[in-house]
Design a protein around this ligand. Sequence first.
Ligand SMILES: *Cc1c(COP(=O)(O)O)cnc(C)c1O
Length: 396
Amino acid sequence: MEKKKQWSAATESVWAGEKDYLVHGATQVPVVHSVAYNYDDVDEWYEVAIGKRKGHIYGRNTNPTVESFEQKIKILEKAEAATSFSTGMAAISNSLLTVLKPGDRVVSIKDTYGGTNKIFSEFLPRLNIDVELVETGNHEEMEKEIAKGCKLVYLETPTNPTVKITDLERITKAAKAVNALVFVDNTFATPINQNPLALGVDLVIHSATKFLGGHADALGGVVCGGEALVHDIYHYREINGATMDPMAAYLILRGMKTLKLRVEKQQENALKVAQFLQRHEKVEQVFYPGLENHVNHDIAKKQMKGFGGMLSFALKGELDAVRQFLPKLQIAHRAANLGAVETTVGPARTTSHVENTPEERAALGIPEGLVRYSAGIEEIDDLLFDLKQALDQITI
Ligand SMILES: *Cc1c(COP(=O)(O)O)cnc(C)c1O
């Protein structure tokens, strides 16, 4: 029988990375809660400890359940290696601090995730690391800043919450010309829609809390890339300690089995919601890369297999309209999360960009009345009915 060389993402998300971790004939990966591992043979213990032999020593470094999760995402991102973290922000901060040192220069975009933006504006400057934030989607300006020389180009596409798109191939080419590393936060796209490593990117970062886990019940982060870079980041994390919990790893691993199903349904719903909102008289503006009038629709079409489950929209009447609208929704959590099976909504000012001041949000192009909408897997007719009745109740 001929062996298939590469399974599809749907098949890999169900099967990949689990086989080596099954025990007692079980069909599911166990949650190994043990902090430490016993070795009767002192020489074997030593060899595992110095990495000469496979095995586990202590939970801050490695854990079988966590490793199985890392294997699955590694295969889905078509990476050489992956290492995981307690949260998405830990993945981002640990990765940045692994490669950056005082005097380095970073080029990034203005509207990265709020927490990432805080690292750029508050913490890196303290270490005498220079950060240049370019208008998201202005590729010429970004190329100009990169050409001045930098250690790292940090991207996120689509962005949170205005779903702006950066051309990964184009910017990666500019970065490689000055020998800069390229990191990409792939949380919104997921490996189902986008594999940045295939375009020459050095490191892909995920908040596993969102689409990978998909059920809003576990925090996690992960990075995927080349063996040497990922090992350096692993080393920084094993010492500094932002380790993923085995129970979280299990929940995310289980969630990932349905990743393709969920993302397909979420983006099907997101497109229909975006089209509905675009036609509604109480809606000022809709942001969704799948809409033909989205500024970067062409780039999104080129580099993504699907447009994702995230959109945002501004209501006429700004924040006062949002105050009336959100409580009227019958199906949706009004919560600071996204990417889950349940539809989740919230204003950017209380979710992704809660860390920023109103002035900072304005500078980032985020209206105070912007609503972020993470489409769940519910029946689309129900979601549209619900949106319509809630919008109809806005009196301003
Ligand atoms: C949520 C999020 C993060 C941070 O992840 P946590 O798991 O909450 O720490 C980073 N980037 C993006 C795009 C996110 O949506």
